[in-house]
Design a protein around this ligand. Structure first.
Ligand code: NAD
Length: 478
């Protein structure tokens, strides 16, 4: 099929590349000229495992093009994906202005050939009809002899940054919302190789003996609600385990053991039960806020979702509390952050807990250093110009009063912590993801503080910390 994907971010580019890989003729459109030029040269503007390789294969096969010319892309395609951003406005509702601009462009560029317009962006409930109206009103103004025919389908995206290609080829389900049987049929044809698990040439299929991917066909509003409900449920699950972790901290239980014990109950499941410094990223915060906002618009007070957000706001700053408990005064102290991105295997810093943490540490007068495998320049976010970005574990640890593990990047498991402890002013580590082994860290000379699990540590460090005197510990611990 001839497909056009408008917006080449984490969702649009991955969707376009994967559809091209399974044999469709795809044109990816973006209004960012520099991005388009980069992609034309075979490079990906975002970090996503396997994306550059599969992108180059699709380009070599002649299935994938990049363009800034939205009009000709619309005219030449049967299926048009809207995959632009829908960031949160300060009020919590979604900014739909990018979707609106694209819907207008579709209304202006659509021609006589029947087209399916696919809302892939996460859009407020009711947006499918709204997009249809915008397109129709642009068509009316063109006073055409033949009215172009089209249908709008909602096809929410569930991929995870960091495993986006895998998730696209191995989805848990495909949701298609709309009332046109023709459009739903065409969408099923589009996804057929994925639905039937027949993607070949790459090793992304987990188990070919699995049954077909379930396709959930719904009305437009239900499909749009599924996306918000899914993300809100996952965020609530994390806030729940974080709340239990905070209780564990008080009663002396270990949240990792508690999570294992409850996660084996098949009604609960073991995913999304890792306590830590809270959820973030470009989706959960804005999607939960948007659902709360929609509920309010319709006269319903979404109390549980509001509590989910509230727990998360507190959780992000819990690390500051823990730092104050051990170091007392933070002014003038040096804190080293392990990781900045909201999760590993992505370069996305949107609404990452690290940003809040840096803001608060700056406010309290601490000096902040950070190491992240993918964030090596302050161009990624304005706040990074207020901290020192380090490029080795040693330069990060050197002279620090405490380390904070913010992102569970795999390499952090393999650092030489015995050596790093010796380089620090006080070898304290707050493990914001409960990612490191507490006993190993204590054996390496660290005073280890997790989230909702007992503190472990070198008794000498503990004693000196209790005395509020953290100077010249290095020699004594060594
Ligand atoms: N990032 C995720 O993990 C994820 C997962 C599921 C759903 N979503 C949803 O998918 C949508 C896209 O998210 P994203 O993270 O890919 O966004 P993004 O910000 O990474 O990318 C959006 C792209 O759209 C382009 N764009 C904006 N206006 C345009 C226009 N008028 N014409 C052409 N291009 C235009 C931008 O230049 C940018 O490249 C959002 O609604 C998001 O909520 C995201």
């Amino acid at each position: 099929m001839r497909v056009c994907v408008i917006g080449t971010g984490y969702v649009g580019l991955v969707t376009g590349v994967c559809l091209a890989h399974i044999g469709h003729q795809v044109i990816c459109v973006d209004n960012n000229q520099a991005k388009v030029e980069l992609m034309r040269s075979g490079k990906s503007p975002i970090y996503e495992p396997s994306l550059p390789e599969i992108m180059q294969l699709a380009m070599q096969a002649g299935n994938l093009e990049f363009s800034t010319n939205i009009n000709s892309a619309i005219a030449n395609s049967q299926i048009l994906f809207i995959a632009v951003g829908t960031p949160a406005l300060p009020t919590g509702e979604s900014d739909t202005s990018y979707v609106q601009a694209v819907a207008r462009a579709i209304g202006l560029g659509i021609n006589g050939e029947y087209k399916v317009i696919v809302n892939k962006s996460t859009v407020p409930i009711g947006s499918g009809d709204w997009v249809r109206q915008i397109i129709n009103s642009e068509i009316e103004q063109r006073k055409l002899d033949t009215i172009p025919q089209f249908d709008v389908i909602s096809n929410p995206e569930f991929l995870r940054e960091g495993s986006a290609i895998y998730d696209t080829f191995n989805p848990d389900r495909i949701v298609l919302g709309g009332s046109s049987e023709k459009a739903i049929f065409l969408m099923q044809e589009l996804y057929r190789p994925i639905i039937e698990r027949k993607v070949s040439g790459i090793n992304y299929i987990k188990d070919l003996s699995l049954p077909d991917v379930p396709v959930v066909v719904t009305d437009l509003n239900s499909a749009e609600t599924i996306k918000y409900a899914a993300n809100s449920f996952l965020a609530t699950k994390i806030s729940f385990i974080n709340e239990v972790a905070n209780i564990c901290d008080r009663v002396g239980a270990d949240i990792t053991q508690v999570a294992q014990g409850i996660g084996l109950d098949s009604r609960i499941g073991n995913k999304f039960l890792q306590a830590g410094i809270g959820w973030g990223g470009s989706c959960f915060p804005k999607d939960v806020s948007a659902l709360i906002h929609t509920a309010t618009d319709y006269g319903y007070d979404a109390k549980l979702l509001k509590a989910t957000v509230k727990v998360n706001v507190n959780q992000r700053l819990l690390v500051i509390e823990k730092l104050q408990q051990v170091l007392k005064i933070l002014k003038g102290k040096t804190i080293g952050l392990l990781g900045l991105t909201f999760k590993p295997n992505t370069d996305d810093l949107r609404d990452a807990p690290a940003i809040n943490l840096i803001q608060e540490l700056n406010r309290l007068g601490a000096k902040v250093k950070a190491y992240d495998p993918l964030i090596q320049s302050s161009q990624h976010h304005p706040i990074l110009s207020t901290i020192k970005l380090e490029n080795t574990p040693e330069s990060l640890a050197n002279g620090c009063d405490a380390l904070v593990l913010v992102t569970d990047w795999q390499e952090f498991k393999y650092w030489n912590y015995v050596q790093l402890a010796k380089l620090m002013n006080t070898p304290v580590i707050i493990d914001g993801r409960n990612y490191l082994d507490a006993n190993t860290m204590a054996a390496a000379g660290f005073y280890y503080i997790g989230i909702g699990r007992p503190t472990r540590g070198n008794s000498l460090v503990a004693k000196r910390l209790q005395q509020g005197n953290s100077t010249s510990l290095t020699t004594q611990v060594a």
